[in-house]
Design a binder for this molecule. Structure first.
Ligand SMILES: [Zn+2]
Length: 270
């Protein structure tokens, strides 16, 4: 889902604010390279979210440092770019077949710059040109079609996420890799979903974090990804990006990279 504000809708006041913001040097956007005083908050920032989400330690986007005021990329695009820098992943996109679900605009431009052999961008509701309509629960591609899959902050929207994970696994080549970022609650052991009492936008925002989320993952999320067949490695900000101040780069240091791989020979020893 693309919550990016309309670029053409800038008011004069907003333009002046952005100009003044751009006089700062405290923050740096990894995607556009601009420096400025501060990133923009999402919906009033983290303090405006429900006490319940604070209590269960919701981990996902950085609501306090969400939009870049210049290129309007999300915090999660910036974080992935920093992880890809550290892990040396950019060259692996060259000549690769890539499936990018709900493609983030800035990140997808950077991936396209690597000249993949086949770069498929898909979304259930395509929001711009060049994006195909793809239901992640029924991916219209053959088995083992892709070397790379990027599917970030999608599963929490999907009615049957196990089916989606099975589909993502099916279309990934053995030895292929996937990035499956998904918000979850660190203090929740089991995923909260199918709760008949959470039956309005207001309650979904309070308990799931957003009106179009259908669940709040607990720590069993990791097991759910592994049960689909993926080898999941959680790469932490501290482990990979200790030299990157999360406040300067506008990223949530608590959110790990969900780096997944499809085993070469599933279930075979060695
Ligand atoms: Zn930017």
């Amino acid at each position: 889902m693309d919550y990016r504000p309309k670029v053409g809708g800038d008011s004069f006041i907003r333009s002046v604010r952005r100009f003044l913001n751009g006089l700062g040097r405290r923050c740096t956007c990894r995607l556009c390279g601009r420096h400025f005083f501060r990133f923009s908050k999402f919906r009033g920032g983290w303090a405006a979210f429900s006490p319940y989400l604070h209590e269960v330690k919701w981990t996902g986007s950085d609501f306090d440092r969400f939009w870049c005021p210049f290129c309007r990329c999300h915090d999660r695009e910036r974080h992935l770019a920093l992880f890809f820098d550290h892990l040396g992943l950019w060259p692996t996109f060259a000549k690769a077949a890539i499936l990018h679900i709900a493609p983030e605009r800035g990140l997808s431009e950077m991936i396209a710059d690597q000249c993949p052999a086949n770069y498929v961008k898909g979304d259930l509701v395509p929001s711009r040109e060049g994006i195909c309509k793809i239901d992640v629960m029924q991916i219209p591609y053959a088995d083992e079609a892709f070397d790379w899959i990027l599917c970030n902050h999608v599963l929490e929207h999907v009615p049957d996420d196990r089916k989606a994970l099975a589909e993502l696994f099916r279309v990934l080549k053995p030895g292929g890799r996937a990035v499956l970022q998904t918000p979850y609650a660190e203090h929740l052991a089991l995923t909260r979903e199918n709760d008949s009492e959470i039956d309005s936008d207001e309650k979904r925002i309070a308990f799931y974090g957003q009106e179009d989320h259908v669940r709040l993952y607990g720590r069993d999320l990791f097991r759910r990804i592994r049960d689909a067949g993926f080898e999941l490695t959680l790469k932490t900000h501290r482990e990979c990006l200790s030299g990157k101040d999360p406040q300067r780069y506008g990223v949530n240091a608590a959110e790990p990279l969900f780096l997944c791989a499809k085993p070469l020979a599933r279930g075979a020893a060695g």
